[in-house]
Write a new protein. Structure first.
Length: 245
Protein backbone atom coordinates (compact mmCIF):
# COMPACT_ATOMS: atom_id res chain seq x y z
CA UNK A 1 0.00 0.00 0.00
CA UNK A 2 1.37 3.41 -1.02
CA UNK A 3 0.14 6.21 1.23
CA UNK A 4 -0.10 9.45 -0.73
CA UNK A 5 -0.46 13.12 0.26
CA UNK A 6 -1.72 15.60 -2.33
CA UNK A 7 -0.78 19.28 -1.96
CA UNK A 8 -2.92 21.14 -4.49
CA UNK A 9 -5.32 24.08 -4.28
CA UNK A 10 -7.38 23.43 -7.42
CA UNK A 11 -10.25 21.09 -6.59
CA UNK A 12 -10.72 20.01 -10.21
CA UNK A 13 -7.04 19.13 -10.48
CA UNK A 14 -7.27 17.14 -7.22
CA UNK A 15 -10.30 15.18 -8.43
CA UNK A 16 -8.66 14.39 -11.76
CA UNK A 17 -5.40 13.33 -10.11
CA UNK A 18 -7.21 11.09 -7.62
CA UNK A 19 -9.19 9.44 -10.40
CA UNK A 20 -6.07 8.74 -12.47
CA UNK A 21 -4.04 7.49 -9.50
CA UNK A 22 -6.68 4.99 -8.42
CA UNK A 23 -7.19 3.76 -11.98
CA UNK A 24 -3.44 3.22 -12.41
CA UNK A 25 -2.84 1.49 -9.09
CA UNK A 26 -5.44 0.07 -6.67
CA UNK A 27 -2.67 -0.05 -4.05
CA UNK A 28 -2.62 3.73 -3.66
CA UNK A 29 -4.31 5.22 -0.62
CA UNK A 30 -4.73 8.99 -0.50
CA UNK A 31 -4.47 9.87 3.17
CA UNK A 32 -4.61 13.69 3.02
CA UNK A 33 -5.36 16.57 0.68
CA UNK A 34 -3.82 19.96 1.56
CA UNK A 35 -4.44 23.20 -0.29
CA UNK A 36 -2.08 25.73 1.27
CA UNK A 37 1.49 26.20 2.47
CA UNK A 38 0.32 26.90 6.03
CA UNK A 39 -1.79 23.71 6.24
CA UNK A 40 0.98 21.66 4.64
CA UNK A 41 3.56 22.87 7.16
CA UNK A 42 1.22 22.17 10.06
CA UNK A 43 0.33 18.68 8.87
CA UNK A 44 3.84 17.59 7.82
CA UNK A 45 5.27 18.92 11.09
CA UNK A 46 3.19 16.32 12.91
CA UNK A 47 5.37 13.57 11.37
CA UNK A 48 2.58 11.68 9.60
CA UNK A 49 3.19 8.25 8.12
CA UNK A 50 3.18 8.48 4.33
CA UNK A 51 5.16 7.29 1.30
CA UNK A 52 4.79 9.83 -1.50
CA UNK A 53 3.72 13.45 -2.04
CA UNK A 54 2.15 15.02 -5.11
CA UNK A 55 2.94 18.72 -4.78
CA UNK A 56 1.73 21.64 -6.88
CA UNK A 57 4.32 24.44 -6.97
CA UNK A 58 2.05 27.49 -7.06
CA UNK A 59 -0.46 27.56 -4.23
CA UNK A 60 -2.90 30.30 -3.26
CA UNK A 61 -0.69 31.49 -0.38
CA UNK A 62 2.66 31.29 -2.16
CA UNK A 63 5.33 29.04 -3.62
CA UNK A 64 5.33 25.51 -2.20
CA UNK A 65 9.14 25.57 -1.93
CA UNK A 66 8.54 27.65 1.21
CA UNK A 67 7.40 24.43 2.88
CA UNK A 68 10.97 23.11 2.82
CA UNK A 69 12.19 25.99 4.97
CA UNK A 70 9.90 24.90 7.80
CA UNK A 71 9.69 21.12 7.48
CA UNK A 72 12.27 18.45 6.75
CA UNK A 73 10.77 16.16 4.12
CA UNK A 74 12.36 12.74 3.78
CA UNK A 75 9.95 11.17 1.33
CA UNK A 76 9.84 11.34 -2.48
CA UNK A 77 7.83 14.02 -4.25
CA UNK A 78 6.24 14.24 -7.67
CA UNK A 79 5.97 17.95 -8.52
CA UNK A 80 3.00 19.16 -10.57
CA UNK A 81 2.56 22.59 -12.10
CA UNK A 82 0.94 24.45 -14.96
CA UNK A 83 4.14 26.42 -15.55
CA UNK A 84 7.42 25.45 -17.18
CA UNK A 85 9.66 28.24 -15.90
CA UNK A 86 11.02 26.29 -12.93
CA UNK A 87 14.25 24.36 -12.87
CA UNK A 88 12.83 21.20 -14.35
CA UNK A 89 16.11 19.48 -15.06
CA UNK A 90 17.55 20.40 -11.66
CA UNK A 91 14.51 19.03 -9.87
CA UNK A 92 14.88 15.76 -11.74
CA UNK A 93 17.95 15.06 -9.63
CA UNK A 94 15.98 15.07 -6.40
CA UNK A 95 12.32 14.53 -7.25
CA UNK A 96 10.63 11.47 -8.68
CA UNK A 97 9.30 13.55 -11.55
CA UNK A 98 8.04 16.96 -12.67
CA UNK A 99 4.67 16.78 -14.42
CA UNK A 100 3.17 19.66 -16.35
CA UNK A 101 -0.58 20.24 -16.17
CA UNK A 102 -2.86 19.03 -17.55
CA UNK A 103 -1.27 15.81 -16.35
CA UNK A 104 -1.38 12.97 -18.85
CA UNK A 105 -2.25 9.55 -17.53
CA UNK A 106 0.58 7.76 -19.36
CA UNK A 107 3.19 10.17 -17.91
CA UNK A 108 1.67 9.81 -14.46
CA UNK A 109 1.96 6.04 -14.81
CA UNK A 110 5.62 6.34 -15.77
CA UNK A 111 6.26 8.61 -12.78
CA UNK A 112 4.73 6.01 -10.44
CA UNK A 113 6.86 3.27 -12.04
CA UNK A 114 9.92 5.45 -11.50
CA UNK A 115 8.95 5.91 -7.86
CA UNK A 116 8.54 2.17 -7.32
CA UNK A 117 11.83 1.33 -9.01
CA UNK A 118 14.16 4.03 -7.76
CA UNK A 119 12.66 6.05 -4.93
CA UNK A 120 10.66 3.79 -2.63
CA UNK A 121 12.48 3.89 0.70
CA UNK A 122 14.90 6.56 -0.54
CA UNK A 123 15.62 9.89 1.10
CA UNK A 124 16.04 12.66 -1.52
CA UNK A 125 17.90 15.80 -0.46
CA UNK A 126 15.20 18.46 -0.77
CA UNK A 127 17.29 20.97 1.15
CA UNK A 128 18.87 21.80 -2.21
CA UNK A 129 15.52 23.16 -3.40
CA UNK A 130 15.45 25.90 -0.77
CA UNK A 131 17.30 29.19 -0.80
CA UNK A 132 19.48 28.54 2.25
CA UNK A 133 22.51 29.13 0.03
CA UNK A 134 20.87 31.64 -2.26
CA UNK A 135 24.12 33.26 -3.33
CA UNK A 136 25.38 29.91 -4.67
CA UNK A 137 22.25 29.19 -6.65
CA UNK A 138 20.78 30.43 -9.87
CA UNK A 139 17.69 32.22 -11.05
CA UNK A 140 15.73 30.50 -13.76
CA UNK A 141 14.64 33.19 -16.21
CA UNK A 142 12.02 32.72 -18.91
CA UNK A 143 12.27 34.98 -21.95
CA UNK A 144 9.49 34.16 -24.36
CA UNK A 145 9.90 30.47 -25.10
CA UNK A 146 13.55 30.50 -24.00
CA UNK A 147 14.89 29.67 -20.55
CA UNK A 148 18.25 30.67 -19.10
CA UNK A 149 19.91 30.73 -15.70
CA UNK A 150 21.66 33.60 -13.92
CA UNK A 151 23.84 32.99 -10.89
CA UNK A 152 22.79 34.91 -7.79
CA UNK A 153 26.33 36.17 -7.37
CA UNK A 154 26.19 37.76 -10.83
CA UNK A 155 23.31 40.07 -9.90
CA UNK A 156 24.27 43.73 -9.58
CA UNK A 157 20.92 44.78 -8.14
CA UNK A 158 17.23 43.98 -7.84
CA UNK A 159 14.45 46.50 -8.20
CA UNK A 160 10.68 46.64 -8.43
CA UNK A 161 8.43 48.78 -10.59
CA UNK A 162 4.74 48.48 -11.47
CA UNK A 163 4.52 45.47 -9.13
CA UNK A 164 7.12 43.53 -11.14
CA UNK A 165 10.52 42.57 -9.73
CA UNK A 166 13.61 42.65 -11.95
CA UNK A 167 17.28 41.81 -11.61
CA UNK A 168 20.11 43.53 -13.44
CA UNK A 169 23.30 41.55 -13.91
CA UNK A 170 26.82 42.93 -14.17
CA UNK A 171 26.48 42.97 -17.94
CA UNK A 172 23.71 45.53 -17.55
CA UNK A 173 20.94 43.22 -18.77
CA UNK A 174 17.52 43.29 -17.07
CA UNK A 175 15.36 40.22 -16.43
CA UNK A 176 12.03 39.69 -14.60
CA UNK A 177 12.11 37.59 -11.42
CA UNK A 178 9.15 35.67 -10.03
CA UNK A 179 9.67 36.86 -6.43
CA UNK A 180 9.01 40.01 -4.42
CA UNK A 181 11.79 42.16 -3.00
CA UNK A 182 10.59 41.11 0.45
CA UNK A 183 11.15 37.46 -0.44
CA UNK A 184 14.58 38.19 -1.88
CA UNK A 185 15.63 40.30 1.11
CA UNK A 186 14.49 37.64 3.57
CA UNK A 187 16.27 34.79 1.83
CA UNK A 188 19.56 36.34 0.73
CA UNK A 189 22.23 35.28 3.20
CA UNK A 190 25.07 36.89 1.27
CA UNK A 191 26.05 40.08 3.13
CA UNK A 192 27.18 41.59 -0.18
CA UNK A 193 23.56 42.62 -0.76
CA UNK A 194 21.71 45.42 1.01
CA UNK A 195 18.24 46.91 0.66
CA UNK A 196 18.70 50.65 0.32
CA UNK A 197 15.01 51.61 0.03
CA UNK A 198 11.60 50.16 -0.79
CA UNK A 199 12.50 49.62 -4.44
CA UNK A 200 16.13 48.47 -4.56
CA UNK A 201 18.43 45.75 -3.21
CA UNK A 202 21.99 46.28 -4.38
CA UNK A 203 25.26 44.39 -4.52
CA UNK A 204 28.29 45.99 -2.86
CA UNK A 205 30.11 45.75 -6.20
CA UNK A 206 27.33 47.73 -7.89
CA UNK A 207 28.01 50.86 -5.82
CA UNK A 208 29.56 53.48 -8.08
CA UNK A 209 29.77 57.23 -7.59
CA UNK A 210 28.12 58.47 -4.38
CA UNK A 211 26.97 61.93 -3.33
CA UNK A 212 25.35 63.36 -0.23
CA UNK A 213 21.64 64.09 -0.50
CA UNK A 214 19.03 65.77 1.68
CA UNK A 215 18.19 64.40 5.15
CA UNK A 216 21.51 62.51 5.35
CA UNK A 217 20.53 60.33 2.43
CA UNK A 218 23.01 59.11 -0.18
CA UNK A 219 22.63 59.30 -3.96
CA UNK A 220 24.29 56.36 -5.72
CA UNK A 221 25.13 55.70 -9.34
CA UNK A 222 24.68 51.97 -9.77
CA UNK A 223 27.07 49.92 -11.85
CA UNK A 224 27.04 48.92 -14.62
CA UNK A 225 24.00 50.96 -15.76
CA UNK A 226 24.83 54.27 -14.06
CA UNK A 227 21.23 54.40 -12.79
CA UNK A 228 20.73 56.93 -9.99
CA UNK A 229 19.12 55.74 -6.76
CA UNK A 230 18.75 57.31 -3.34
CA UNK A 231 18.85 55.57 0.02
CA UNK A 232 15.84 56.03 2.25
CA UNK A 233 16.18 58.17 5.35
CA UNK A 234 15.72 55.16 7.63
CA UNK A 235 18.19 52.96 5.74
CA UNK A 236 20.93 55.55 5.23
CA UNK A 237 22.76 54.99 8.57
CA UNK A 238 22.66 51.22 8.04
CA UNK A 239 23.84 51.64 4.45
CA UNK A 240 26.89 53.61 5.56
CA UNK A 241 27.78 50.93 8.08
CA UNK A 242 27.29 48.25 5.43
CA UNK A 243 29.64 50.09 3.07
CA UNK A 244 32.56 49.93 5.48
CA UNK A 245 31.62 46.71 7.26
Amino acid sequence: MTKVIIIEDEELAVSRLKEMLLSISPNIRIIRQLDSIADSIEFLSSSPSYDLIFMDINLADGNSFDIFRHVTITKPIIFTTAYDEYAIEAFKQFAVDYLLKPIKKDLLGLALQKYEKYFRGGVPDYSLLTDNNINEKKWLIKIGQNIRTISYKDVAYYFTTDKITYLVNFEGKKYPVDHTLEYIETNITDKSYFRINRQYIINHKAVGKMQTHTKSRVKINLLPTNEEVITSTERSPLFKKWLVG
